[in-house]
Design a binder for this molecule. Structure first.
Ligand SMILES: NC(=O)c1ccc[n+]([C@@H]2O[C@H](COP(=O)([O-])OP(=O)(O)OC[C@H]3O[C@@H](n4cnc5c(N)ncnc54)[C@H](O)[C@@H]3O)[C@@H](O)[C@H]2O)c1
Ligand SMILES: [Fe+2]
Length: 383
């Protein structure tokens, strides 16, 4: 079996580790840090410990708190121009996927200028980049261990910059930063991480023994803890299990990429600015059901890992139990359950299906070939 596997070289998982950002940044040679976050996180005080730690280590800090959700191209370009003007020499992303994805591109483009639209796709970016630390506050996108940054273009498409240059130098998991994440966001981001694990495990092209092991472990951690953190956000150990699950899922899908769930989710994010996790949650069950005729043996393996009662079940039983468990889990989550409920007009489905078919970067990874009519049917199933 031939494969290659890459990930973030240094990972620190410790409750309260935001207090160690000063020493970590200094280890990487940073003297003037660009701290990339969003307005809410900055104003609610979530960045305070990180800022204090950096100051205590004698580092200058410039905070950029203008990250936009599903970062639009222009907002990233503004951040890059600001970072260059301020003369920073290192970047820390602290926040959800939107903050971390913005931070990745600031680290790259502030050091090696190149037009952002010219690097959408795989392996087109040129380096080097500035030193980069990522601190996730959702669990999550796994962006702290992926080589991907997802941007919204001026034509409302979601495009990815994929480059090994975007793996950060250090990922810091501090579950105390996630205790205040509201139940709705906890649920949506947790389901996003579960989709990463499932789609990595069934990825058609680059699935490999390492991504498989990580995806299985991720799914078990996420499945076993998501209800706990939605109901009791202040459970630090369950929050840490979710962060780890999100990290493992990120490591898996960075090497065995996601597929049709994400391809169908992207147009919903691009056009209606629905949260990324919600868009995945909406289309997840019908996409898995669509894949079942081809992916049943793999879904059975996921079912056996996730559900103790299925450990010795045959493929048909375990794969059906897997899909049923996912259906029930999603149905019990505190977010919208239909496209209409999320504000998507029925008349838009053909346009959405056309856009989803353009996400060939991801559709090629789906275990079953997908046509325009299939996509229309899947959207129709959750209307
Ligand atoms: N790079 C990747 O590998 C990758 C993978 C999946 C998704 N993404 C991208 O990531 C983005 C979504 O990221 P996300 O789901 O983390 O959402 P996000 O970063 O947009 O944050 C969602 C909301 O949660 C709030 N929030 C974040 N942490 C919080 C906390 N600890 N307490 C209270 N509120 C908190 C934020 O302020 C924001 O309002 C999308 O653009 C998506 O396309 C990237
Ligand atoms: Fe995702």
């Amino acid at each position: 079996m031939n494969f290659s596997f890459e990930t973030t070289p240094r990972i620190l998982c410790e409750q309260g580790s935001a207090r160690r950002l000063g020493e970590l940044a200094r280890d990487l040679g940073m003297r003037h840090v660009y701290l990339v976050t969003d307005r809410f996180l900055h104003e609610s005080g979530l960045t305070r410990e990180a800022e204090a730690s950096l100051a205590a280590a004698g580092l200058r800090v410039t905070v950029f708190a203008d990250v936009q959700a599903d970062p639009p191209e222009g907002s990233v370009e503004d951040a890059v121009a600001d970072a260059v003007a301020k003369g920073v020499d290192g970047v820390i992303g602290l926040g959800g996927g939107s903050s971390m994805d913005t931070a990745k591109l600031v680290a790259l483009l502030a050091r090696t200028p190149q037009p952002l639209p010219s690097i959408y796709g795989i392996g087109l970016a040129k380096g080097p980049r500035l030193p980069l630390i990522q601190v996730p506050t959702t669990a999550g996108t796994g962006s702290e261990v992926t080589a991907i940054s997802i941007i919204t273009t001026p034509t409302s498409e979601k495009k990815g910059v994929v480059s090994s240059l975007l793996y950060p130098d250090i990922a810091v998991l501090d579950s105390l930063l996630t205790l205040g994440l509201p139940p709705r966001v906890t649920a949506m981001t947790g389901v996003d991480a579960m989709v990463h694990a499932i789609e990595a495990y069934t990825s058609r092209v680059k699935k490999n023994p390492l991504s498989d092991a990580l995806a299985l472990k991720a799914l078990v951690l996420l499945h076993d803890n998501i209800r706990t953190v939605v109901n009791d956000g202040r459970n630090a150990d369950a929050r840490e299990a979710m962060l780890l699950g999100s990290l493992f899922a990120g490591m898996a899908f960075a090497n065995a990429p996601v597929a049709a769930v994400h391809a169908l989710a992207y147009p919903l994010g691009g056009h209606y600015h629905l949260p990324h996790g919600l868009t995945n949650a909406l289309v997840m069950v019908p996409v898995l059901a669509f894949n079942m005729p081809v992916a049943a043996p793999l879904y059975a393996q996921l079912g056996r890992a996730m559900l103790p009662s299925m450990q010795s079940a045959d493929d048909a039983t375990a794969s059906a139990a897997f899909l049923d468990a996912i259906r029930k889990l999603v149905a019990g989550m505190p977010f919208e359950q239909t496209l209409r409920g999320a504000g998507v007009p029925a008349g838009d489905l053909p346009m959405l299906a056309t856009d989803a078919m353009k996400v060939t970067r991801l559709l090629v990874n789906n275990p079953r070939d997908v046509t325009y009519e299939d996509v229309l049917g899947i959207y129709g199933a959750v209307l």
